[in-house]
Ligand binder design. Structure first.
Ligand SMILES: [Zn+2]
Ligand SMILES: [Zn+2]
Length: 388
């Protein structure tokens, strides 16, 4: 770890250098942990791939989770990460006054439980030309991992099959008799297809740097659903740990009961032009889970889905960094369709707008007030949810 004066010296050097500061940042984040006089890029191809992802905010680790803390020191988007709240330190006082409500706090606590980190060990050749990381598709980016964030839920209708599909069980003469499917909503640019899904690990409760070595990783199996335009996918993974499944069940049940009530409570304010609360739980730079709070600055109508339901995207000022891609964007005071088993409905974090604001992928909102939380009032066929 660099000491304070070394960091200050490197920052001065970055400021005075006539070279690309982002490039320096990447090289530094990429493992240049020695305070040397010149920045030497250790992996130009990977750095270029990271820069080439455009607005998207996935990250790459060169050194497992251990190497990533350096990137916060050099983060130029959110200096010192001062606006991120470590999940262990989150209190009701962090909420803006108008949303300082026990129910809101309790919902954010459940969202924290459901937030996960994704470590992707392969980049598929199926990524179309020009798509993020397509330049390194099929190459041995395996020595590094792409990092993103996501949010978990339990599938309602998933036949279990006769044995656990994880690699360990498939290779074992005594496969585990207990296993559970967990589904993860994330961004498509984080996990693009089944090839990438099978090389993805999903980390549960990485809440503190000290628990880095003891995180439970769940193995990715396949993509259940995806949509290119909305930049969303649902990744299926598997765990042997019944406690994880129970925790997810409890958190989702709580949100199901409270979310609608809270959205209706705050809907009037947002209908009158008051900005809604935006909450994002993510792993910036693969760092332990952080809470980001802000407001939804703009809601863009993309297109009507069907009577009563529309595709939208949101712009918000809740802070995000590389590594936040795929995190659930929770918006209070908006009538979102919410989770629908295997369907693409929720808004997940997509990337940076290039200023101080950030944007989601597409998700579904109710256009009008609905009376049923399961959408039965709408005539929309929610079984077919691709944007195009
Ligand atoms: Zn950062
Ligand atoms: Zn297994």
């Amino acid at each position: 770890m660099l000491n304070r004066s070394e960091v200050a010296r490197l920052r001065r050097k970055e400021t005075s250098a006539q070279t690309d500061r982002t490039w320096n940042y990447l090289c530094t984040a990429g493992g240049e942990t020695q305070a040397t006089d010149d920045f030497t890029c250790k992996d130009r191809v990977t750095c270029q791939a990271l820069l080439g992802q455009g607005i998207c905010e996935s990250d790459i680790t060169f050194d497992g989770l251990a190497g990533l803390h350096q990137s916060i020191v050099f983060c130029t988007k959110n200096t010192n990460h001062a606006k991120f709240i470590p999940v262990n330190k989150f209190t009701p006082e962090h909420l803006p006054k108008e949303y300082r409500d026990k129910d809101v706090y309790d919902c954010v606590e459940r969202l924290i439980t459901l937030g996960v980190i994704l470590k992707v060990g392969y980049t598929s050749e199926n990524r179309p030309p020009g798509y993020p990381f397509s330049d390194v598709a099929g190459s041995d980016i395996m020595k590094h991992h792409r990092m993103g964030s996501g949010s978990v839920f339990i599938p309602k209708h998933r036949p279990k099959g006769s044995c656990c599909p994880c690699q360990r069980c498939r290779d074992s003469p005594q496969p585990s008799q207990t296993w559970h499917f967990i589904w993860v909503s994330t961004a498509l640019h984080v996990v693009f297809d089944d090839l990438e899904a099978s090389q993805t690990e999903v980390g549960w409760q990485f809440n503190d740097i000290t628990c880095r070595e003891s995180i439970t990783w769940m193995q990715g199996i396949r993509l259940v659903n995806f949509d290119l335009k909305s930049d969303r996918c649902i990744l299926e993974c598997v765990t042997h740990d019944t406690d994880i499944q129970d925790s997810i069940h409890r958190a989702r049940s709580f949100l199901r009961k409270k979310e609608r009530e809270l959205n209706e409570k705050y809907l009037q304010g947002t209908s009158n032009g008051q900005p809604g609360l935006a909450v994002i739980i993510s792993h910036p730079h693969g760092y332990p889970k952080q809470v980001s709070l802000g407001t939804d600055i703009r809601r863009n109508h993309i297109k009507d889905k069907c009577p009563g339901v529309e595709w939208t995207e949101y712009v918000y000022d809740a802070p995000t960094c590389r590594g936040s891609s795929g995190a659930l964007v929770w918006l209070l005071g908006q009538m979102r369709v919410g989770y629908r088993d295997g369907e693409i409905t929720t808004h997940t974090h997509r990337g940076s707008c290039g200023d101080t604001t950030n944007m989601s992928g597409f998700g579904l909102d109710w256009v009008t007030q609905h009376t049923s939380s399961d959408g039965s009032e709408s005539t929309c066929n929610l079984a077919s949810l691709h944007v195009s």
